[in-house]
Design a binder for this molecule. Structure first.
Ligand code: NI
Length: 253
């Protein structure tokens, strides 16, 4: 049984019924649709009502941080007490796409860490070109991370990985670990303790090899899982079950 801990099935390019059928067929039994704003978080909730295998995260992506206000926060708060809401996310910092406002992103991120603590939920964190600020914020706000979290699509250094692991984080690995130029990510995945690894697609983005460049889907999770199992020299079925246990422990589903 496989798990996709971070996907965007609410993306308009998906026919969700078809996606669900095709990922169930290859043994992916649980997926988490993370939200990027109030609308996509709400869509995640709707998908989770329709499909048993879909759980959801609610939150504001850093690229949408400018739209975070009392009204949109209230919409997120309404979603956080849903039975199938298993995370606050995706939230974080992204200093890649200009224009961005570091102050606004940090404020919105911190506020959502507070919500995670208040609603006793783990966080699904996005960090791009923001490692220094991210690590500082997480270290300074450790008390708000009592319910844990995952650094999604981790592609940082082994040093950064160690700091995150010390903070209790799980590391999420996706299609990028299979890319030819992913030496650093391969190294981190090899070193990461088995009980801290999660698999994810971030679909529709970041398709694994040999489908790089195409629309990604949770049905590609077995490719990612077996790639990492091979790196770690563990039986594929055994590794898939370890990853599922990790996900069940963090997200309590
Ligand atoms: Ni994402």
């Amino acid at each position: 049984m496989y798990v996709d801990t971070h996907c965007h099935l609410d993306d308009t390019r998906f026919n969700v019924d078809e996606e669900v059928n095709s990922y169930l067929r290859v043994g992916v039994t649980k997926v988490i649709n993370v939200g990027c704003n109030a609308l996509s978080s709400k869509k995640g909730q709707e998908l989770s009502k329709k499909h048993q295998s879909i759980y959801f995260g609610a939150g504001f992506h850093p690229s949408d941080a400018n739209d975070y206000n009392q009204t949109t926060e209230d919409e997120i708060i309404k979603l956080l007490s849903d039975d199938k809401c298993v995370a606050v996310g995706e939230i974080g910092l992204d200093y890649h796409w200009e224009p961005y406002d570091k102050q606004v992103q940090q404020k919105v991120f911190l506020r959502q860490l507070e919500l995670a603590s208040e609603f006793k939920l783990p966080v699904s964190v996005h960090s791009r070109d923001a490692t220094e600020d991210m690590l500082k914020l997480l270290k300074d706000n450790k008390s708000k991370l009592a319910y844990g979290g995952v650094m999604h699509c981790f592609s940082g250094s082994t040093e950064t990985a160690k700091i995150l692991l010390d903070l209790g984080f799980y590391l999420g690995f996706g299609g990028t670990v299979t890319f030819k130029n992913a030496k650093k990510t391969v190294e981190v995945a090899s070193l990461c303790p088995n009980d801290r690894i999660l698999t994810e697609t971030d679909c529709p983005y970041l398709s694994p090899e040999p489908y790089r460049g195409q629309t990604n889907s949770p049905k590609n999770i077995p490719i990612i899982t077996s790639f990492i199992a091979k790196l770690k020299n563990i039986d594929n079925v055994e590794f898939a079950s370890i990853v599922m246990k990790n996900a069940e422990k963090l997200f309590k589903f």
